[in-house]
Design a protein around this ligand. Structure first.
Ligand code: IVH
Length: 678
């Protein structure tokens, strides 16, 4: 210790206090003042110095917040002052009774001032600070003895390891709630689910589970927060006169206190605070299960004292529950606009989170297996915030003997096409994309879109109307529309009807890749469609190819091949293709050319500036037909840069790197040379 140079010692001190300051700004005040990267640099510098000079180790160092792999002790500790619980008021009348009792006991006629605080849904903890340093953190336990969780608590960034400011008594005890904000909870559950681990039912359980970790390194990765709601000190001379002011004191010592906290004069004002907080409940970033009213004056609190296990000066008023039990009466399968088949639980109606819930999504079969949900099961339903109701847990003990397992149907409940689930995907899908009524609007929208058949004027709203009016059921019906029919629709004049018919007509002879892309086969984007078209040349060849053959095309893997096969295997999709043919749509055949033969095979080209005679998309398409890849930025590997009018930095870079540069005429000549007419 003695051989640590003074300047190093000084630097370590500075880094520690600066890092703790920024922790405070970020986690307590929600007011970050430096970029994360700057924080990380200082953090690493401190870590390095502490590793180089082990004599400087300190439990209060911010580097300790990452936790340690040593087991947390959890040995039991006795609370200096018992950690009591709160009585509940279940109605407005009960709250008025509480207020009357308070005033009677105090012998005051006038109204009493209360502090109204959100009742956070987490776990109560007690923190001891000796000479300003965090020395012990404990759970509530049975109120008299709890468990020592100091190592885990130290990892929570909003817990000060050292009190801020000065003038604090030798021993300070701060109590508060450790909780997990909603966003962190959702993220944690998503991460756990991805890793195939058990998820938490609600943020409260997640907070409890995270604090109970044997290894504080695990706790450190959990998004926990602490909000202080009371304090006790050995030197009572520092105590202010009110609970409110004591929390301001706690805030100055570096703790987060709840920003929703407010004072209320008299019980009616408390009831207003209850209603106001209830309205805000769903928009808060953390869960609360009610409101706590506390007599503000500390001398009044003293005079009122305690009865059995709860103070006479405080009461909780709960909000409606966000979790209830109910029964899964059946499971239905819904088909979404893109064909995803989703199991939905039909529930015995239950009042939860302020509404009656009679169904809840089960997401997919993996989720059903994870929950081990059966029809007939009693389940926990949770509806928090404006989140849709969720089935969070099955109660296995309540499973009836005749409980039925949930099976994915083989055929789409809407159109009867096969339901397929490609290996490696969680979602099952209806494969009748072109035909299925559930997918109709989406299929038509995609078909008409710019990069597909490019039918100008056929927008989302018009598609809505055409389908709802029964005028268009499949894409083939588009070609049977008459000008008269279209003009009869609301907000469609003669001119727009003529234009639309013309646009539809123009789409009758598409390039094969466009048509293929327009079919909306899952995972077949523009590039894959182009690759398939130039590899196979005709739609018949693609539709007849088995999965192995399909995979010979660059970029087509087993999943894409599976989707292509299942699309063409559906009789309904084949019917629609025949109807399109019958309606006069004839997609062009494409010269089959192996990728290796393409003249620009393996080259990357970049387009920049404005071209006068063709659009960027057209130029790109033609270059791709010649085998080139078209990229957005210039690098040493770029084979050629096409520079149109007012080309800027990309051209400059190309020149700097000495790359090939073509102007528009050069590009047109190239296309001509390879038989690509304008
Ligand atoms: S005061 C003697 N204030 O509610 C007073 N408790 O049922 C003790 N809680 O175990 C608690 N928010 O975990 C108080 N603003 C708040 C609170 C709060 C949540 C929890 C706490 C306690 C339980 C009492």
């Amino acid at each position: 210790m003695t051989n640590v140079p003074q300047d190093i010692r000084q630097r370590v001190e500075t880094l520690r206090s600066t890092l703790e300051d920024h922790n405070h700004f970020y986690y307590v005040l929600d007011d970050p003042r430096i970029p994360d990267a700057e924080y990380d640099r200082m953090f690493r510098e401190l870590q390095k110095l502490e590793a180089d000079y082990p004599g400087l180790a300190s439990e209060q160092s911010p580097t300790r917040r990452v936790g340690s792999s040593a087991d947390t002790s959890f040995h039991s500790v006795t609370h200096r002052l018992p950690m009591l619980s709160l009585d509940n008021a279940f109605s407005e009348d009960e709250l008025r009774d509480f207020d009357r009792r308070v005033r009677e006991r105090l012998g005051v006629d006038a109204s009493v001032e209360y502090v109204c605080e959100p009742k956070l849904d987490g776990l109560a903890v007690s923190l001891h600070y000796e000479h300003g340093l965090l020395t012990r953190a404990a759970t509530r336990g049975d109120g008299y003895t709890g468990e020592d969780i100091t190592a885990n608590i130290r990892t929570i960034p909003s817990v000060p390891l050292k009190l801020r400011g000065s003038g604090y008594p030798d021993l300070v005890e701060v109590r508060g709630e450790v909780y997990m904000p909603r966003a962190g909870f959702e993220k944690l559950n998503a991460r756990l689910a991805e890793q195939g681990e058990k998820t938490f039912v609600n943020p409260r359980n997640a907070a409890a589970g995270s604090l109970r970790q044997k290894k504080s390194t695990v706790t450190a990765k959990r998004p926990l927060e602490l909000c202080a709601y009371s304090m006790a000190v050995t030197d009572e001379s520092v105590l202010p006169e009110t609970h409110w002011d004591s929390l301001q004191q706690v805030r100055e010592w570096g703790f987060r206190i709840n920003p929703e906290m407010r004072k209320a004069e008299g019980v009616e004002s408390c009831l207003e605070a209850y209603s106001a907080l209830m309205l805000k409940r769903d928009s808060l970033p953390y869960e609360i299960d009610g409101i706590v009213f506390k007599v503000n004056r500390l001398d009044f609190q003293q005079a009122l004292g305690f009865v059995s296990r709860a103070p006479r000066w405080a009461i909780a008023h709960k909000f409606p529950a966000q979790e209830e039990l109910t029964v899964i009466e059946g499971v239905e399968f819904q088909v979404g606009r893109t064909g995803a088949v989703t199991p939905v639980a039909r529930l015995k109606p239950v009042f939860v989170g302020g509404v009656t819930v009679s169904n809840a999504t089960l997401h997919n079969m993996d989720e059903i297996r994870r929950l081990d949900a059966h029809i007939g099961d009693t389940v926990f339903i949770r509806r928090a915030g404006d989140v849709i109701p969720q089935v969070v847990k099955v109660v296995p003990d309540k499973r009836p003997d005749n409980a039925a397992t949930v099976e994915m149907p083989e055929h789409c409940p809407v159109c009867g096409s096969d339901i397929v689930q490609i290996e490696g995907e969680a979602v099952a899908r209806c494969s009748g994309g072109l035909y299925c009524p559930a997918q109709r609007k989406e299929a038509i929208r995609h078909y008409a879109s710019r990069k597909a058949m490019d039918i100008e004027g056929l927008g989302d709203r018009l598609i809505e109307v055409l389908v709802d009016e029964g005028m268009v059921n499949t894409v083939a019906d588009l070609y049977r529309l008459t000008k008269f029919q279209i003009a009869s629709l609301e907000r469609m004049g003669d001119k727009s009807a003529t234009n639309l018919i013309a646009a539809i007509d123009r789409s009758r002879e598409p390039a094969l890749w466009r048509f293929l892309y327009a079919l909306g086969i899952r995972e077949v984007g523009e590039a894959t469609a182009k690759a398939l078209a130039s590899y196979f040349g005709t739609l018949e060849a693609i539709s007849g190819a088995d999965e192995d053959t399909l995979q010979a095309v660059p970029d087509v893997g087993p999943i894409v091949a599976g989707h292509i096969r299942s699309f063409f295997d559906q009789p309904h999709n084949q019917e629609t293709l025949s109807e399109l043919k019958a309606a006069g749509v004839s997609w062009q055949e494409e010269e089959v050319r192996s990728i290796e033969e393409a003249p620009l095979n393996g080259q990357t080209w970049v387009l920049t500036g404005t071209l006068a005679t063709l659009t960027r998309d057209q130029a790109k398409e033609k270059l791709e037909q010649l085998g080139a890849k078209v990229a957005g930025s210039v690098s040493r590997k770029t084979a050629c840069v096409v520079a149109g009018e007012s080309a800027g930095s990309k051209l400059a870079k190309a020149e700097q790197l000495g790359l090939n540069v073509l102007d528009e005429q050069g590009l047109l000549d190239l296309f001509q040379e390879h038989g690509l007419q304008n």
